[in-house]
Design a protein around this ligand. Structure first.
Ligand code: ZN
Length: 302
């Protein structure tokens, strides 16, 4: 049986795992996201040990915080590119792992890889067109279209669209260092905390900030519907652990679309259209297995 490695490199923690699918995890380790000179050797040591225990990996998938270069024809393929994270800018992440372990390595953004996982085993099984949005430390979106991850110019940075900002109701200027009040700047965990002065998980469901968050996310989802035509939008991430938000986001999405998109999914089944991840908080690491599998198939090692 083919065995896969997965790395989910998030802004705060890194998860490394070995297995085949959600029901077969052989090993997992996690540690904080320190400088690459410290954590990349740690990842490599983990996979070397697992290879000794369980045999060779057929492939390995990396889900990385971005921006990254996922273009296989680019000289900087596999790099983390412009991140402000100390030490990580212009780091050849996939190359370092590939050279050490000598297995086919797939590399993409954390949200694109999470989308792959949701398509393979989670809430988007059977769909060729869908979106995975995370709302946590930041806001990011991975997009599958015609059965493939959307790349093009780079990769989607769907958290950085510009919702209409109601300055009267919400004088907060926004948290994004590039755009201020883009969607990421208005609804990410740090934006909520900076706006109200305490962490979101200390706020009750009746706190007015949640209506603002739901409204901006509704604007975002309405924008994705009319531009990307997803058949489902999966929303994960720490902020969405406030599960009352799902219903409010659905309502605001329908409000902003205002009857213009005459499809059953929006008009009658929006509860099945905007949904939580089927894989819980495992979409990223399982998506890395799915990416490893695709990469192994392409390399002929599966
Ligand atoms: Zn932004």
């Amino acid at each position: 049986m083919a065995l896969y490695g997965g790395i989910e490199a998030g802004g705060t923690k890194i998860v490394c795992a070995v297995g085949t699918d959600p029901s077969n995890f052989l090993a997992e380790t996690r540690f904080p996201t320190a400088a690459p000179g410290e954590v990349i050797p740690r990842m490599i040591a983990f996979f070397e040990e697992q290879t000794r225990l369980h045999g060779a990996l057929s492939g390995l998938g990396i889900a990385a915080f971005g921006p990254v270069d996922p273009d296989r024809n680019s000289p900087t393929y596999g790099y983390v590119t412009t991140t402000p994270k100390p030490g990580w800018a212009r780091t050849d992440f996939a190359g370092a792992v590939q050279r050490a372990l000598r297995v086919p390595v797939g590399f993409d953004t954390d949200v694109n890889v999470a989308a792959l996982g949701e398509g393979r085993w989670g809430a988007a099984q059977g769909l060729d067109d869908f979106m995975y949005l995370t709302v946590g430390t930041g806001v990011g979106g991975g997009v599958v279209t015609n059965g493939k991850l959307l790349h093009g110019l780079m990769h989607p940075e769907a958290g950085h669209i510009r919702p209409q900002h109601d300055w009267q109701r919400d004088p907060y200027p926004g948290h994004c260092p590039y755009h201020g009040d883009c969607l990421d700047g208005m609804v990410s965990g740090p934006a909520i905390q900076e706006r109200v002065g305490v962490r979101g998980n200390e706020l009750g469901e009746e706190h007015p900030v949640w209506d603002l968050v739901a409204d901006y996310l509704g604007q975002g989802c309405a924008t994705y519907v009319v531009t990307l035509c997803p058949r489902r939008i999966i929303i994960g991430g720490g902020v969405m652990e406030h599960t009352f938000l799902y219903q409010r986001v659905r309502e605001r999405t329908a409000h902003y679309l205002n009857g213009y998109i005459q499809v059953r999914e929006i008009l009658h089944d929006i509860d099945q259209f905007i949904v939580p991840p089927g894989l819980g908080n495992r979409s990223g690491v399982l998506g890395a297995f799915a990416l490893a599998e695709l990469t192994a198939q392409a390399a002929g090692t599966a």
